[in-house]
Design a protein. Sequence first.
Length: 313
Amino acid sequence: MEPGLIEMRRELLVCVGISLLVMAGAGTVGLYAQEATSSEPGWVLYQKGLAQLREREFGQALRLFREAIGKDAPYPEATAGLGMVYEAESSLDLAVRRYKEALEAGKFFRIPESRIEIMYSLARVYEKQGRLKEYSDTLESIASEQPEYTEQKFDTLRSGMRRTILTDGLNRLVTLYRLEGETSLQANSLLGIQYVRTGNYTPALENMTFACLKILSTLVREIRREEPEYQFQDARTLFADAFSRDTLRAYVGETNLFENLYYLAAAVYGEDPESTTWREIWTLVRDSPESGAWASRAASRLASPRLEPLIEH
């Protein structure tokens, strides 16, 4: 690290460290109320806090979030902003406390979708702390907000998707089923990968199937916006059609499609090594020009099929 950056970080640590000591020993609302000295409304202070956070001006961000809460308490988005500052400074216990405090004030969210974003932030901190049960439980809570994932009336849907991916393969799955649910897509993906890495292949298969089907369903839907008569043929053709469109190429990268496909194949292999689907999907990943490093990983698994290395949990 360059000397100038070292000095800057020391200054930031001093500034934030003092604030953390005050926060740890004071009542939340009372302390914030004392610091609401600005004449600007709370939402303006909150937005300014986010801007300072993006600039890594943690002391200023902390002050602005606290002032926003003092203006408009309870203000869960701003409370989560404190959590983001603490997370950035690796004060992870404080980050957890503030994220949980924000979620407990759920009915006061200015933007309801913020609640899911904060749940993802909480899960991320749990992962950093190695608290894998809390990490998985938080992601399960997000995934469970999609009715198809948990509700009994969708048991037939889930069992049909499982049977299809194991016996008939990815192309047949996308031919028969469509699945929406962008807000829980990342939860399905992260859960699926976590379950593969811990050897829990049945929930891994369900989550990776959900994640991949959501991404592929979106690709089909978006192409149909331009070509109403478009019909899914197979995954290779869908990829070619999607990559010819800049927005869909970007979407594939943002959603880590090839990583998700790789782990879907790993989940299939772990659940049923006799299935041919894992070979179909790893071959697809290996041969896709856009799959990057996942192509070589898939090639390695095809050359020597084996389970993913397990992590301790």
